[in-house]
Design a binder for this molecule. Structure first.
Ligand code: NDP
Ligand code: 2IT
Length: 452
């Protein structure tokens, strides 16, 4: 519960202004609960009204996207970009294409992105965008036409020194390729205005793997420092089976863990031998299929369909839980099951996958909690490295990018720990330190740049 009257007033005003935008309010509340510790020590922040200034996005754009489907029907979707904060660098953050996308989702993601990008130690401000366009079941040509139409508006708002989008749910290398092609066509210039590009046209090695790998590097750093332990021999559950989940699986395997289950939005598959990476890649990356198809390759695996109100993937016993699908996918009930089954750590590959009450239950029960804004920062960090390589017109080797990614993830963890120690925060709760550390840098930069 927040006690500081300034923080409380800002939260109450935010709730009134953003009524009905539930995810956005949730992100704000979770951030302000942590920042109270900082505000109590920094009178100057109150004089500067820094919380209200930080919470209001610098710019929010909503636009129409019209495109022709394969039957020549005219289709209409909404496009979004929030340019949240540019105090420490150009706006930076992914694009999400999913039918659930709305203003609340885009703004919560944009707000989280500001703190995440600050934590990476690289000079990137925060932004996010996307559309309620559903890529599922669309042909390649439909996806291409949609991306081109989306860029016909977005191009006027972005650029390598202004705002640099990338991928997120439903947006991978293919979509980024189409978006980049259209941006280049309209502007007649070859610049790094997007990241996650193909390797032949300015993309970085390891960007595809970066979020999942980074999640495992962060988890390993936390296990080593806080428990003198590692991934070796751990039983792991990963939700999702998209970009983040697949490369978390790959790295967890490499580090000696056994991943017992993975999911998609229809259900989850359990394999007591450990989920087979090649099978998952074939189903998801090659065939764009459903996780259920795993049973076609491994007869002894077990598939469970997700049903409203029933048990979730988190009911399976594990040492480490890595939610890598979407927001609010790990609830209080799930947290109780995980604790009952002896989980050591929950480390988030997705953005805000854990509800606030679930997070509190986990940390109260001494589970190490690694929030997405820290644990999944490897993706945007390598996007930052892609921007650096584009600027100097050079490409670094796989080893060089991977080494930088490991250093960044270790630094994020150490910086959060140092902040937690300074503010007397329990070390298994990595959320509060992440919020304070990420915010302080942005707030100081905003104040130094004047009231604008
Ligand atoms: P993908 O589109 O590659 O994969 C998303 C996965 O999550 C799929 O398995 C999908 O299942 C599942 N999923 C999505 N929505 C839901 C839902 N409502 N309920 C259940 N399952 C769902 O996306 P990413 O792997 O890129 O992103 C996953 C998460 O990681 C997101 O929270 C994203 O914001 C975050 N993230 C991504 C980064 C990146 O670099 N890509 C960087 C940092 C964070 P299905 O196929 O059935 O829809
Ligand atoms: O949530 C995220 O950090 C991303 N989707 C990656 C953003 C990026 O700019 O690479």
């Amino acid at each position: 519960m927040i006690k500081n009257t300034y923080v409380l007033n800002v939260l109450n005003d935010f709730k009134i202004k953003n009524k009905g935008k539930d995810e956005y309010i949730q992100a704000c509340e979770e951030i302000l609960e942590s920042l109270e510790l900082l505000i109590n020590k920094r009178e100057d922040y109150i004089k500067e009204n820094i919380l209200e200034r930080f919470l209001e996005p610098e710019r929010y754009i909503e636009f129409r996207v019209c495109w022709l489907d394969d039957n020549n029907n005219v289709r209409v979707n909404k496009g979004y970009r929030v340019q949240y904060n540019s105090a420490i660098g150009p706006y930076k953050g992914g694009l999400r294409f999913h039918p659930s996308v709305n203003e609340s989702i885009i703004k919560f993601l944009g707000l989280e992105q500001c703190l995440k990008n600050s934590l990476t130690t690289l000079p990137m401000g925060g932004g996010k965008g996307g559309s309620d366009f559903d890529p599922k079941g669309k042909s390649d040509k439909e996806i291409m036409r949609f991306c081109q139409s989306f860029m016909n508006e977005l191009y006027r708002h972005i650029g390598p020194n202004i705002d640099v989008p990338a991928g997120d749910i439903g947006v991978g290398a293919k979509e980024v390729g189409y978006l980049f092609g259209q941006y280049k066509k309209i502007n007649n210039e070859f610049t790094g205005a997007l990241t996650g590009k193909g390797l032949a046209f300015g993309g970085s090695l390891i960007r595809k793997e970066a979020t999942g790998y980074g999640l495992c590097y962060f988890t390993n750093a936390a296990l080593k420092t806080l428990k003198n332990d590692s991934f070796e021999g751990k039983k792991v559950i990963i939700s999702g089976s998209g970009n983040v989940a697949i490369y978390a699986l790959e790295k967890a395997n490499e580090l000696g863990a056994k991943v017992l289950a993975m999911s998609d939005s229809n259900g989850w598959v359990y394999d007591e031998d450990g989920i087979d990476l090649n099978i998952i890649k074939e189903i998801k990356e090659v065939n764009k299929g459903r996780i259920k198809e795993y049973l076609n390759y491994k007869e002894n695996a077990i598939y469970t369909e997700s049903k409203e109100g029933n048990a979730t993937i988190w009911s399976l016993p594990c040492d480490l839980a890595l939610p890598c699908a979407t927001q609010n996918e790990l609830t209080l009930e799930d947290a109780k099951m995980l604790v009952k089954n002896g989980v050591i750590g929950v480390f988030e590959g997705a953005n805000m996958p854990t509800t606030i009450d679930a997070y509190k239950y986990l940390v109260d029960n001494n589970v190490i909690y690694g929030p997405g804004k820290a644990a999944n920062a490897g993706g945007v960090a390598v996007s930052g490295l892609e921007m650096s390589q584009n600027s100097i017109r050079l490409s670094w080797s796989k080893e060089e990018v991977d080494a930088r990614l490991q250093n960044i993830m270790n630094d994020i963890f150490i910086n959060i720990c140092n902040t937690s120690i300074k503010y007397g925060i329990k070390l298994n709760d990595l959320l509060k330190g992440a919020n304070i550390r990420g915010f302080e840098k942005i707030a100081d930069a905003m104040i130094a740049q004047g009231t604008i």
